[in-house]
Design a protein around this ligand. Structure first.
Ligand SMILES: [Zn+2]
Ligand SMILES: [Zn+2]
Length: 425
């Protein structure tokens, strides 16, 4: 008996209920076109130059424009289907290699001529080079860098300079120059949500009651709960989910307001001489995360329909439709710098220049400032306490001291919390 399904036959979508249909598998198109970036004049490697928006040869000064195809927010989206994934192009479209970090586990994709020996994510130099992983989906789009390295340095210096909590030595710290320009993987998601909800909604009503102890009628408010229900939906476009978990989600979240109207079609030229990161959070798990975000947004829209903000026993039936995704690369600068034995991270948006990161804190300075803030309250309080016996003003001086002390304590706590947050990942 012949084997079923026959060799190279695969299941295809069936329009007849109850019937499974097989068809010959389509041959997977393998794109082997590899672009090389060599200078036609001198043969040295060319690299993408941010200030020229094109390829440049550092050796002889040769310049070459690359074809920039701006597609913006209208960039084609893809449905969630296995076919789409199978048909998608894989690899980087050029010769690349990977740098694997033995400290943090990150894999960074590099041009073949790159001499990089430190990990952009953790600053470690415990790295090994390997041939690039060409199994990943090829990015379809990217946003080119707009901020050049000098500008990035300036942004980092201003950022360090605008906090008095940062140690003075750091403001001219050479390590801040060590930002690495790198393309990070991102997924964008689109979907239409449709929710029906019900919940108990609280209403304040006043009621009259007879107070037996004072033998009089009084009013009091109480909350009456009534069931309400509703129906709403949202159209969610261009929801960005990072394709990597190697960068602190908090700091990445602080800088990921990208202007998606600048999206261009991917071409390997943009990556010439640049580092890039393949995704370590694949499409499926990024989509899970996107659904959570969409669920929260839709829930907030439902809550907004309730007649008051007091809501309990909320439940929601949620449907997603018209779901689609894109895979693109977005430009950032990463710095992992050492300061007195500790590693700090900073990230700069390569399109907008927004910055977020950890800053070391000069705790000696902060202790001194807190002491100065608390001193007036303590001193005035003591003066009040000591003069309480001898003069009548003691009590009022004491009260002023107490108030000053409370203000000082609140200010100190605010400063402490802010300082503590600076160093956090
Ligand atoms: Zn050249
Ligand atoms: Zn690392």
């Amino acid at each position: 008996m012949e084997k079923f399904p026959p060799l190279n036959y695969v299941e295809v979508p069936s329009k007849i209920p109850g019937f499974v249909i097989y068809a010959p598998a389509q041959e997977k198109v393998v794109e082997n076109k590899i672009t090389e970036f060599k200078c036609p004049k001198c043969g040295a490697f060319t690299a993408y130059a941010i200030d020229q928006s094109g390829l440049a040869c550092e050796h002889c000064g040769y310049q070459e424009q690359i074809l920039v195809d701006i597609v913006g927010r209208e960039a084609e989206k893809f449905e969630f289907s296995l076919e789409n994934l199978a048909r998608a192009t894989h690899g980087w479209g050029e010769e690349r290699k990977d740098l694997r970090c033995l400290s943090c586990g990150a894999e960074i994709n590099l041009p073949p001529e790159s001499m990089a020996t430190t990990c952009a994510f953790c600053g470690s130099n415990k790295v090994v080079q390997a041939s690039a992983n060409q199994d990943q989906l090829r990015p379809k789009y990217l946003i080119p860098f707009k901020i050049d390295p000098q500008k990035c340095q300036q942004i980092a210096r201003n950022w360090l300079g605008d906090s008095w909590m940062v140690p003075k030595e750091l403001k001219n710290f050479a390590a801040m120059d060590s930002f690495t320009a790198i393309y990070l993987p991102y997924w964008t998601f689109h979907a239409i949500t449709d929710a029906s909800w019900q919940a108990e909604v609280g209403h304040r009503v006043s009621e009259r009651y007879y107070d037996s102890s004072s033998k009089s009628w009084k009013t009091r408010t109480k909350i009456v709960w009534r069931w309400e229900s509703g129906n709403t939906g949202l159209r969610i476009d261009d929801l960005l989910i990072a394709g990597t978990e190697r960068v602190s989600a908090r700091h990445l979240g602080n800088v990921n307001e990208f202007d998606l109207s600048a999206i261009v079609a991917y071409s390997p030229g943009f990556l010439a001489g640049m580092q890039a990161k393949g995704y370590d959070r694949p499409l499926e798990s990024a989509w899970e995360r996107a659904r959570e975000v969409m669920r929260e947004k839709t829930k907030a829209a439902c809550m907004g329909q309730a007649s008051t903000s007091m809501v309990r026993n909320f439940s929601m039936k949620l449907d997603f439709s018209d779901e689609s995704w894109r895979y693109l690369l977005l430009p950032v600068y990463l710095a992992a710098y050492q300061f007195i034995g500790k590693t700090y991270h900073a990230i700069v948006n390569g399109q907008t220049g927004d910055i977020s990161g950890q800053r070391p804190v000069d705790w000696k300075k902060i202790r001194l400032v807190i002491a100065l803030i608390l001193a007036p309250g303590v001193v005035t309080g003591l003066v009040g306490l000591l003069s309480m016996g001898s003069s009548g003003d003691g009590l009022s001086i004491g009260i002023i001291g107490f108030v000053l002390l409370i203000i000082g304590l609140i200010t100190s706590i605010v400063i402490f919390v802010k300082a503590d947050k600076e160093g956090k990942a």
